[in-house]
Design a protein around this ligand. Structure first.
Ligand code: T6T
Length: 328
């Protein structure tokens, strides 16, 4: 597959430039078009990812096309993907909004000879290029270690609540690779704290208002609620708002995944204990670089893990930390 794509890309380069003499095709003569399809367009996480992708595209002289849906939903993402495939970009970077539902739609890109790299989220098991299963065709998966992120959240929340009491996970919906893994990492780590009860997960469909109402409903049923883990940006934002609306700031402790500016404001005000910032710009940067490497005939790693920065009141003003706050 890799070799086929390379040959195709270089053949196009030859036509486009008309400069390549027989036997000396120069792939770099072509301006590659790399499409980035986010989970949704209006999320500071993906807005920041786009910046990193643009920086890499500029560095290699590629054109980045950023096209996505207004919500995190396969029903709206698949038509965007179809439209992108129809334009035949040289490569597609995508954050699939469902582990299973995006397999067949992405297979269409693969069948059309367009290399696919998944960023942030994965399809299938997320282990690619194995020759096994129906979802191993993407070339690479570039993302945070979400199991580890969930474990970091559990340790932080356990500490905040004094290693006892009741907590729950505010999550998006089942079927999303990232947030499923964060919840799993969180629950596995929480097993180390026998005096903490993890209540049933509340799914908010990526709607912060719903997450806020759910917080209040869980609190109404459990007046001894001690903490909540918001497993992504909107879950955390909504859970924090719910705590504030319930008049429980500082009493119900909040650990947030993701670091938009509003969550940073909430850390400063004491509403949120800490935020686990992913490095979305790094994901976008290495996504484009990987696509470019592949398109110019180089082999690429099938998985690239990007880092976290844990932000709390003690380090939020440190410029080496603050640079990981997401762009709005
Ligand atoms: O947490 C990120 C991303 O990693 C996840 O896959 C979906 O939600 C976010 O975009 C934040 O809203």
């Amino acid at each position: 597959m890799e070799r086929r794509s390379f040959l195709k890309a270089t053949a196009v380069a030859t036509l486009a430039t008309g400069v390549a003499a027989a036997g000396s095709v120069k792939a770099q003569d072509k301006k590659f078009t790399i499409a980035l399809i986010p989970g949704l367009t209006t999320d500071a996480f993906y807005i920041t990812m786009r910046k990193g992708a643009e920086a890499a595209a500029k560095a290699v002289g590629a054109q980045l096309v950023f096209q996505g849906a207004p919500d995190f939903n396969p029903v709206t993402q698949v038509p965007v993907l179809d439209a992108v495939i129809a334009k035949k970009p040289d490569a597609i970077l995508i954050a699939p909004t469902d582990k299973d539902q995006l397999i067949q739609p992405l297979k269409k890109a693969f069948d059309a000879g367009i290399p696919v790299i998944t960023v942030d989220t994965f399809i299938g098991t997320g282990v690619y290029q194995t020759g096994a299963g129906d979802a191993d065709f993407p070339l690479a998966y570039i993302a945070s270690d979400n199991l580890l992120g969930g474990a970091i959240a559990a340790r932080a929340l356990a500490k905040a609540v004094g290693e006892k009491g009741k907590v729950y996970v505010s999550n998006v919906k089942p079927g999303i690779s990232t947030t499923d893994q964060r919840e799993q990492g969180f629950k596995d780590e929480m097993k180390k704290y026998p005096n903490i009860t993890v209540l049933e997960t509340q799914y908010n469909d990526d709607d912060a208002n719903k997450a806020a109402s759910q917080l209040q409903a869980v609190y109404a049923r459990n007046s001894d609620l001690d903490g909540v883990f918001g497993a992504n940006l909107f879950s955390a934002l909504g859970a924090a708002n719910g705590v504030q609306q319930a008049g429980q700031t500082g009493k119900i402790r909040v650990v947030a995944f993701d670091a938009p500016t509003t969550i940073i404001d909430n850390i400063n005000s004491g509403l949120v204990d800490l935020a686990i910032a992913q490095h979305p710009a790094e994901i976008g940067y290495y996504g484009v670089m990987s696509a470019y490497a592949h398109l110019t005939g180089n082999s690429i790693p099938t998985a690239i893990g990007t880092g976290f920065t844990v932000i709390d009141k003690s380090n939020v003003t440190d410029k080496n930390v603050a640079k990981f706050i997401y762009s709005d």
